[in-house]
Design a protein around this ligand. Structure first.
Ligand code: ATP
Ligand code: MG
Length: 785
């Protein structure tokens, strides 16, 4: 085939071309980020089709996400200059395995119309089995069992093939429970996610005829992101490739970031042994990033031991150095990035204008997104969250907000429906129906309906008890919210009349709405529900709940907060609008953006505390690979930032710059933080100093921004109140006092806070929990930072 008839080959360098043209036999493309692995893989598909080596449905192409599959199909079409019809076997491992399993379900004792269980169903099933086996489910929670079983499935171990070394798990109960679980799934004609691969591998292992049929059918196999395959996926591929041996895998050992989910980077290193005579192509030219970005990424990853080591170079000389900036706290970080995004859009930084859709913010943990979302919503900057719902749309946030809504209004039936059995209270569909009927018959809210039902003893047993507790709780919380409507006199400190109003628990002392929120989450059992949850997602959900409580701090009361959220949730921008992308580092694998922001580079956040606590380097090295993935997403501008303080539950915690920052090669980094009083290490050089004036200036920008005005107008049109700005005050700079602006102080009733204004002997203080108050200076003592 001549290059003339295959013009897409001209877009490749010689090494890529070799990988594309070596159509027959095993090929391994092992190369660093941005070297055109995915491009070569895609071109290979085009070439297979164009040269007539295979029909679309004879190609098996595995991608990491459905989105990547869709993009690959589009790119092939572009290369060929015509739409590609019928590539049924281009997709993720799971999507492809569902199709295979439907065809051969009977071979593993299922029917072809099997259902795929979600996590909830799976847990309910495991719980039944644990109880039936007479095991204490408190000590051996279903969640823990489910993650053991998932792990085994990732390693392709069935109950029959489970190695002896594994049998100790779950106090030796797990193997029998695993067998019982698989048996039960069969009876239900159901599978869980892990089964999709496991069953297909089992079928291939036990039924040569079926395996051979597919070995013949799939003439060419292509796999992207090979470094992140787990054992089951690896076996599956090796079995299928056993016939023609036309398998092409591409990957980068430095980007292996799914070890925690059972991925084995060893798979890529073993390729040449598994497929003797494989063509191994190394790509060294990076086409994505400028030289500084590439050098910074390489500098970081070099600290890992036991890597293959690769040469990477780029022809894109010059460009900007990686930018490093330290901030006072997380809010300031979000504010700065918001401003920066606007500046970049206008090209005011002296570069070409970079639009919002060319920018991405990549976070280590999804709870980091909240600060950005709030900021962007406030200034009306369009954004989208990829790979997960936006913060206020997350399940745990909606659950928690439903509790808050009920506390504010006990008539909120939708909120009641949402949480009546969350966490589980033994109030199933039947009980809920009864409540609905009682409410309708009496023309009252569900809460009232439930009360009537209880009084009439129409609900009994455990359900009745837990319902009574829930109703009591709702009443208590509601009374507490109402307490907020009555001003409480506070003779020793409060100057502004009626300023100090706080919720109070029945008969108790006044509490802040933040404390109330914490109490609600605790008393309802909702926090405990996630604390007892042993799935990998649970810690993230707890973090999100903490973030939610933190978000309350900028509001005067629960109601104002709920209105704010209702308002911003409605602030959807239209699809055609350019938006900045917010996503996790994990989700960003394989993607690229002209400008990338990497916030939150602090020890304990990135690298994560868990990785730091681990003995050995495994966890830490995986975090470092994640850092490498992050930096190498950037084409032109890469900005790393960290905050010196993060607020957790209203408490300031100071954070150290990430150890990865010290690993950045200085020659390729620009420290943007004004050089402060600090000596010492590289990270320390970027330590921020707080600038109140700067902050105020940028707040003024907010109020002048079109987004803010738009929102305000909409809010006013609906009679809604606006979120309160905690630090928006006029400062008389000539005031004399022993206290200075920004000083951290303590008040015996309101706790810790910072001085925001001084008027003679009166101070205005933004308390961390109690909000802004004016107090007489003599009641204030200085506090350590
Ligand atoms: P990652 O490891 O991050 O997945 P990758 O190796 O898959 O990266 P690609 O995404 O395929 O890299 O390519 C990176 C960028 O370089 C893309 O924008 C791609 O279009 C471009 N590119 C790849 N090869 C060439 C080439 N030979 N000439 C010009 N541009 C190229
Ligand atoms: Mg790629």
């Amino acid at each position: 085939m001549s290059a003339r008839s295959a013009p897409y080959l001209d877009e490749l360098n010689p090494a890529q071309r070799e990988a594309v043209e070596a159509l027959d036999g095993p090929v391994l493309m092992l190369a660093g980020a941005g070297t055109g692995k995915t491009k070569a893989l895609t071109t290979r598909i085009a070439h297979l089709l164009h040269s007539g080596k295979a029909r679309p449905n004879e190609i098996l192409a595995v991608t990491f996400t459905n989105k990547a599959a869709k993009e690959m199909k589009e790119r092939v079409a572009r290369l060929l200059g015509q739409p590609v019809e019928g590539m049924p076997w281009l997709g993720t491992f799971h999507a492809i395995c569902v199709k295979l399993l439907r065809r051969h379900a009977e071979l593993v004792g299922l029917k072809s119309n099997f259902t795929i269980l979600d996590t909830d169903d799976q847990l309910r099933l495991l719980k039944q089995l644990i109880v039936a086996a007479g095991i204490d489910e408190k000590r051996w929670p279903p969640r823990a069992l489910s993650s053991i079983i998932d792990n085994w499935k990732n390693r392709a171990w069935t109950p029959e093939t489970l190695p002896a070394a594994e049998t100790g798990a779950f106090d030796h109960h797990a193997p029998a429970l695993y067998a019982a679980y698989q048996q039960r799934l069969r009876t239900l004609n159901a599978v869980d996610f892990g089964d999709l691969l496991l069953h297909v591998v089992t079928i291939f292992q036990k039924h040569d005829d079926v395996l051979e049929q597919y070995q013949r059918w799939f003439r060419y196999i292509l796999v992207d992101e090979y470094q992140d395959t787990n054992v089951a996926q690896y076996l599956w591929l090796r079995l299928l490739a056993g016939g023609h041996k036309n398998i092409c895998c591409v990957g980068d050992d430095d980007q292996s970031i799914y070890g925690w989910r059972g991925a084995e980077v060893g798979n890529i290193l073993r390729f040449e042994k598994d497929f003797p005579g494989a063509t191994v192509v190394r790509l060294e030219q990076n086409y994505r990033s400028t030289a500084h970005i590439l050098a910074a990424a390489s500098g970081v990853i070099e600290a890992n031991q036991g890597r293959l080591g690769k040469t990477l170079w780029t022809a894109a000389d010059g460009g900007e150095k990686v930018r490093l900036i330290g901030h006072w706290d997380g809010e300031e970080e979000a504010r700065w990035i918001g401003d920066e995004l606007e500046a970049m859009g206008q090209g005011t930084r002296g570069q070409r204008p970079i639009g919002l859709d060319e920018c991405a913010i990549l976070v280590r943990a999804s709870h980091q997104m909240r600060a950005f979302e709030d900021r962007f919503l406030t200034i009306g900057l369009p954004y989208k969250v990829i790979g997960g719902p936006r913060f206020y749309e997350r399940m745990e946030i909606r659950d928690a907000m439903a509790y808050f809504r009920l506390a504010v209004s006990t008539d909120d039936d939708l909120a009641f429906e949402r949480i009546v059995n969350t966490p589980k209270r033994g109030l199933g569909d039947k009980a809920q129906q009864k409540i609905q009927v009682a409410a309708r018959a009496n023309g009252v809210s569900l809460v009232e309906g439930a009360r009537i039902l209880l009084a009439a003893k129409e609900i009994s047993g455990k359900g009745a008890k837990s319902l009574a507790e829930l109703l009591d709780g709702i009443e208590r919380w509601h009374t507490a919210v109402l307490g907020a409507a009555q001003p409480v006199t506070d003779d020793d400190a409060v100057i502004e009349e009626g300023l100090f109003i706080a919720p109070r628990m029945p008969g108790g002392k006044p509490i802040s709405h933040i404390e109330l929120a914490e109490i609600i989450l605790e008393e309802s059992g909702y926090t405990a529900h996630w604390q007892n949850d042993k799935t990998p997602e649970a810690p993230g959900r707890l973090e999100n709940l903490k973030e939610l409580v933190k978000a309350l701090e900028s509001f005067e009361n629960l109601q104002g907060f709920l209105e704010h959220v209702a308002l911003i949730m409605d602030n959807e921008s239209d699809d055609a609008e350019a938006r900045v992308t917010l996503m996790t580092l994990h989700a960003a694998k394989g993607l690229e953006f002209p400008a990338v922001f990497l916030p939150g580079w602090e020890d304990g956040l990135f690298p994560s505390q868990r990785a730091m606590d681990e003995s050995g380097l495994k966890g830490l090295e995986e975090e470092r690979r994640l850092a490498y993935v992050g930096i190498t997403r950037a084409e032109e501008v890469c900005t790393i930032s960290f905050a010196a303080n993060r607020r957790i539950y209203g408490q300031w915690q100071s954070a150290l710059p990430s150890r990865f920052i010290d690993e950045l090669p200085e020659a390729h980094v620009d420290v943007l933080t004004p050089p402060g009083l600090y000596g010492g290490g590289f990270g320390a050089a970027a330590q921020p100093v707080r600038s109140d004036l700067q902050e105020k200036a940028s707040r003024a920008d907010v109020y002048n921004s079109p987004g803010w005005k738009r929102m305000q107008a909409r809010g006013q049109a609906r009679g809604m109140s606006q979120p309160r700005e905690t630090r928006n005050v006029v400062i008389d700079l000539d005031a004399v006092s022993s206290f200075g602006l920004g000083d951290r102080v303590f008040h015996k009733k309101f706790g810790y806070g910072a001085v925001t204004a001084i008027e003679g002997d009166k101070l205005e203080i933004a308390f961390e929990r109690a909000g802004v108050k004016k107090v007489v200076a003599k009641f204030i003592v200085p506090a350590a930072n």
